[in-house]
Design a binder for this molecule. Structure first.
Ligand SMILES: NC(=O)c1ccc[n+]([C@@H]2O[C@H](COP(=O)([O-])OP(=O)(O)OC[C@H]3O[C@@H](n4cnc5c(N)ncnc54)[C@H](OP(=O)(O)O)[C@@H]3O)[C@@H](O)[C@H]2O)c1
Length: 274
């Protein structure tokens, strides 16, 4: 009896050196996918790639690249062409948040975040959707967030960037209908990864009960391979996302977010000896 057929082409995963992207790399290597792993940390990627090759017998390539740099999507796409890597799955996972009121934020950090979360994701989706359409098959998985469903005081631009990711991906999904290519937005809630440290949210009450990156990666993979349009990860997050569609609960969610922000400012003031 023959075993399961090997998946076609390479899966390109951005932000594969940590968190959800790292778990996706493990899961997809286990399922027999050849991989192209991208992030900034060259050493972590190299160690991961050789470990996955050894353990699962798949081909794993890696590229250290700052995807927040303007033109990064083109650089990555050209790399795949010049290296003859037949990509058939794109996972736009690299992204980060900044937990600060807009008036206290660093405008440069917000610009960098939007470049990564929005611009590079859009350009990569565009470049690879075109290739996938031509070849008649492919999967695009864009990692959004439940913060896409309502305005997020304290993470205003991050939430808005994920709102963009959701609307963009749903529209792309519709455009690709019937082409053999699908685009899926996966919206996780709080997940225990490096995200919280970068957003300066470690220990914050709203991160309590965070999901495990491995579980999120599993749901993301299944939704993307099944060609779903939008998948919210977790039952409670689905309720949250649905309730945010209604105006009264939207106002209540805004109030809760503002309350959390005040809570944060108070604890900062206390630690400053006020
Ligand atoms: N954790 C959560 O609570 C949560 C909830 C909802 C949605 N998400 C989304 O899930 C995705 C993955 O985040 P995570 O939670 O797994 O965070 P993470 O542990 O911080 O991982 C982020 C990954 O992105 C890479 N990355 C960051 N900046 C980059 C850049 N400029 N260029 C290239 N790669 C870059 C990082 O690698 P290097 O540092 O090596 O570059 C790392 O591999 C993000 O889109 C995030 O918005 C997270």
């Amino acid at each position: 009896m023959s075993g399961p057929t090997k998946p076609r082409g390479f899966a390109l995963i951005t932000g594969a050196s940590n968190g959800i992207g790292l778990e996706l790399a493990h899961l997809m290597a286990q399922r027999g996918h050849d991989l192209l792993l991208v992030a900034r940390s060259a050493d972590r990627l190299a160690t991961l790639a050789s470990g996955l090759q050894l353990e699962h017998g798949v081909t794993v390539r890696h590229l250290a690249l700052d995807l927040a740099a303007p033109g990064a999507a083109k650089t990555l796409h050209s790399y795949c062409q010049s290296e003859n890597l037949p990509v058939s799955i794109l996972v736009n996972n690299a992204g980060y948040g900044d937990y600060k009121p807009v008036a206290e934020a660093d405008a440069g950090v917000l610009g960098d975040m939007l470049q990564l979360n929005v611009v590079t994701l859009t350009e990569l989706s565009c470049l690879f959707a075109s290739d996938f359409k031509r070849q008649g098959f492919g999967r695009i998985g864009n990692i959004g967030s439940i913060s896409a469903f309502q305005p997020c005081p304290g993470m205003a631009s991050y939430g808005a960037s994920k709102g963009y990711v959701m609307q963009f991906t749903e529209a792309l999904h519709a455009e690709l209908r019937g082409s053999g290519v699908t685009a899926t937005v996966i919206n996780p809630g709080f997940t225990d990864t490096g995200f919280n440290a970068r957003a300066e949210m470690v220990g914050h009450s709203i991160t309590k009960g965070a999901a495990q990156a491995k579980d999120v990666a599993q749901v993301a993979y299944e939704a993307m391979m099944a060609g779903q349009m939008n998948r919210v990860v977790g039952f409670v997050n689905r309720l949250w996302a649905q309730s945010a569609q209604f105006s009264p609960s939207r106002h209540m969610l805004l109030w809760v977010a503002q309350w959390h922000l005040r809570d944060r400012s108070k604890s900062k003031a206390n630690s400053a000896g006020w």
